[in-house]
Ligand binder design. Structure first.
Ligand code: IMP
Ligand code: MG
Length: 184
């Protein structure tokens, strides 16, 4: 657990996995692909808070099309006495998604539960299409079959931080993807 005293969090040591230059060039490639795939369209970029924010801010500037921007969130919470975690979906999407091309933008897909819950809700709104975009994918961790069309990096089962991704709500502002160094 992160040790926090009042307003002061103590950072654990971390090390680099993907540097900013590499991340920027992958995001530029994804931006080019989306620009080609959605030519003459105005896709809706639907960010999954909070992990999407740094990736989405970069990605949207690499898409050379008109886009609209909306956000959803799906947070885990314990329901009553139950041990199993349920996902609570929250959306304040202001525009009708019916008939729209939606790109669901995530920072990381691990078990895939979060994007699956959101996809199920979105499908009811009858968009023209929905695709998943994620900076980090962990394909060996998916619990169900998931079709992720755009991904920055595929990783093994490893917990990463930075570029929007947190550990106990901090490290999101690191300008690279890294891992915590476990100390004994
Ligand atoms: P899911 O298992 O795909 O539903 O991912 C659940 C959530 O866990 C993600 O939206 C992230 O908030 C968090 N998460 C999963 N893996 C990582 C990681 O490696 N770093 C930081 N957060 C993660
Ligand atoms: Mg988190």
């Amino acid at each position: 657990m992160q040790s926090v005293t009042g307003n002061k969090a103590i950072l654990k040591p971390f090390e680099l996995i993907y540097d900013q230059k590499l991340i920027n060039s992958r995001i530029a490639e994804i931006g080019r692909e989306i620009t080609n795939d959605y030519a003459n369209e105005t896709p809706v970029l639907l960010g999954v808070l909070k992990g999407c924010i740094v990736f989405l801010a970069d990605l949207m500037r690499c898409i050379k099309l008109p886009v609209e921007l909306e956000f959803v969130s799906a947070t885990s919470y314990r329901q009553g006495e139950k041990q199993s975690k349920e996902l609570k979906f929250e959306s304040s999407v202001a525009i009708p998604l019916k008939g729209r091309h939606v790109l669901l933008v995530e920072g990381v897909v691990d078990s895939g539960r979060t994007v699956s819950v959101i996809l199920k809700q979105l499908e009811q709104l009858k968009p023209a299409s929905i695709e998943i975009v994620t900076l980090i994918d962990k394909p060996t961790c998916h619990r169900n079959k998931l079709n992720i069309k755009y991904k920055g990096f595929s990783m093994k089962n490893e917990f990463v931080i930075g570029y929007g991704l947190d550990n106990t709500q901090i490290y999101r502002n690191l300008p690279f993807i890294g891992r915590l160094i476990e100390q004994n």
